[in-house]
Design a protein around this ligand. Structure first.
Ligand SMILES: *Cc1c(COP(=O)(O)O)cnc(C)c1O
Length: 403
């Protein structure tokens, strides 16, 4: 049997390569950080989600070491059988305090949190109203539930209202949005969304993976930034980005929702507990954020500096203040070439083009970190300027030979 399938799979892989969509994985020869080693050279890293530079922070690494010694390597169990240790419960309580919620449940990842959430809360009597640019894990989680599915245009509250009207007869209505959209760095308008939720008697769920630990006065994310912490019913998020960058995710919010998820969420019931060293390291990362020792100020100063210098150098950026900064090139070839030229200059960034973003909106997504120095930011901008000249010359020469 596999002989036939093998041929088909090889052909699919060939199609992926021909469409220039084949994803290569470049091994890092160092811990995750602002400076990493790739292909034997030190490279400036502007494409990790390590927003606060905690992925290799000494306090986080030490906490994980200690937990390894005290709690062992793995749990070899799900939470409800014999997979809960004190650190798991501590991390859940700490997250609730931090986010200002009633309760929190850990998952192996935010992907799992989103995959498990919807089918527990919603069935065919209900409606889920989802932003069109929501994360893949939200899309998959919604597919797993039987609720009526309604999509609204990205951050478009008028369209959201139209969809809410269509869901008027549903038993439950749940509005679902990313707090920050990862290909833009744009924020969901949570205040307006919560107003509509009140008016149309809907619940609100926010996946704050690209905001938790960073945005808001105390770093509690977009609900804090918009002053709607007590109006958001469900928060999901990851421990795999700003909060240490290891792995794990959570659902945090109304007590009854969290308690029911412990009883019913399939990725929680049928998948292993987060390893104790990861839990302890994440707890240490969260403590650094809560104690204001993680340098959020530097993160946003770096983002502002990068945005200012790039604008002065004539690059087109999507507006905002988030440390996700898309540098727009339109043309996929140009964006790809510039990313390659950047890598040749030892600056690691990634180009995104169709189908990840719409045709004609190719971009290089730069992600700033508190781990970057201002010199790192200046070097990145200089590399962009140089790479642009080289790529333009190469493309011009290429076009000449074709004409
Ligand atoms: C990164 C991300 C996830 C996935 O988080 P993991 O913990 O890595 O599974 C989910 N949702 C959003 C919005 C994300 O950005």
């Amino acid at each position: 049997m596999f002989g036939v399938v093998q041929e088909q799979l090889r052909q699919t892989l060939e199609e992926i390569r021909a469409a220039r969509l084949y994803k290569h994985e470049r091994p890092l020869a160092s811990p995750q950080a602002a400076h990493v080693f790739v292909d034997g050279a030190e490279v400036l890293n502007f494409c990790a989600n390590d927003y606060l530079g905690l992925a290799n922070h000494p306090a986080v690494v030490a906490a994980a070491h200690d937990a390894l010694a005290r709690w062992g390597f793995g749990m070899a169990s799900v939470r409800f059988i014999c997979g809960t240790q004190t650190p798991h419960t501590q991390l859940e309580e700490r997250l609730s305090q931090f986010l200002g919620t009633e309760a929190t449940i850990l998952f192996s990842s935010c992907f799992d949190a989103n995959a498990g959430l919807f089918e527990v809360l919603l069935d065919e009597r209900d409606a889920v109203i989802s932003d069109e640019l929501n994360h893949a894990s939200i899309i998959d989680g919604i597919r797993l539930c039987k609720a009526q599915r309604l999509r609204y245009r990205n951050r478009d509250v008028a369209d959201l209202e139209a969809q809410l009207r269509r869901a008027a007869n549903a038993r439950r209505r749940l509005i679902v949005t990313d707090g920050v959209f990862s290909m833009h760095g744009y924020l969901a308008p949570l205040d307006a969304i919560c107003d509509l939720a009140d008016r149309y008697d809907a619940m609100v769920m926010v996946d704050d993976s690209h905001a938790v630990g960073m945005l808001g006065n105390s770093g509690a994310g977009t609900p804090e930034l918009f002053g709607v912490q007590d109006r958001v019913d469900i928060n999901t998020g990851t421990l795999g980005k700003a909060l240490g960058g290891a792995s794990g995710g959570y659902v945090s919010g109304r007590a009854e929702i969290v308690t029911l998820l412990r009883q019913r969420a399939r990725p929680y019931l049928f998948s292993n507990s987060v390893a104790p060293a990861v839990v302890a390291g994440s707890l240490a990362a969260l403590d650094l954020v809560i104690g204001n020792q993680a340098d959020r100020g530097r993160l946003f100063r770096n983002a502002a500096l990068f945005r200012r210098l790039m604008t002065e150098a004539g690059f087109e950026l999507l507006s905002g203040a988030h440390p996700i900064v898309p540098v727009m090139f339109g043309d996929a070839d140009l964006a790809g070439r510039i990313a390659e030229e950047m890598q040749r200059r030892h600056v690691y960034v990634t180009a995104f083009s169709f189908p990840v973003v719409p045709r004609g909106e190719a971009r290089i997504r730069v992600q700033l970190s508190a781990g970057h120095s201002s010199d790192d930011v200046v070097s990145c901008v200089q590399a962009f300027v140089d790479a642009r000249s080289t790529a333009r010359r190469a493309l011009a020469a290429g076009h000449d030979t074709h004409d």
